[in-house]
Design a protein around this ligand. Sequence first.
Ligand code: PEP
Length: 254
Amino acid sequence: MRKKIIAANWKMNILPSETFKFIENFKNKIMQGTSIEKLKNNEVVFCVPFLNAFSAVAAVQNTDFKIGAQNLNENEKGAYTGEVSADMIVDIGIRYVIIGHSERREIYGETDEIINKKLKSALNKNLVPILCVGEKLTERENNTTKDIISNQLKIALQNINIDDVKNIVIAYEPVWAIGTGKTATKEQAEEICAFIRNFLIDLYGNELKDISILYGGSVNGANAKEIFEMENIDGGLIGGASLKDEFLDIVNAI
Ligand code: PEP
């Protein structure tokens, strides 16, 4: 069965001192408004800044909620001032890590080759990577969306064996929809998520049919349900709306 996932990407928001209370608050509201059955079958993940991680992990102790990081360094350890390794992330109880977010690609120059190394590093330590792929507006307008995405996937997954690929969550995030309030239509999102699933099946075989594929890009309380109802969409990666009360509606929409 395909796992459904709602992952909050806080980006660089919420102070470490606010984190415990913030998650406690959401957790309690989510548990009131959602059936236990639903929460057992679906994963709710809070991807928080590194400095917030201790408090976040404490806030979800003894629950089914999970904590994710938003990045990691591709090297195991050593002289990498300011960086954080997969071992460090695992050591404090984090389970997920976002890799290849478009903001990291664009602002910090992360290439598909670096993303490939980061994926290997995460998988080596049993972290679940949420691998982000997506096209820019000009690429969509030039009709190259599928080429861009297959290329991103091909390089990111180079020399990663099928058993590891099965543990990756893919997030389709059209760059033009991130933080812009401009959501892809449910048909546009479904088309590309289906393309990704078929691309992975072609590459690795039918065992990849149950990989979780999320949509991300201006999902909110009003549009989440129709997007999550699409056949090949297994949940969402949520930025701005994960900081607001409507995150509850998004979790309930799965
Ligand atoms: C994101 O940051 O991954 C994202 C999808 O942001 P937003 O929901 O704000 O578009």
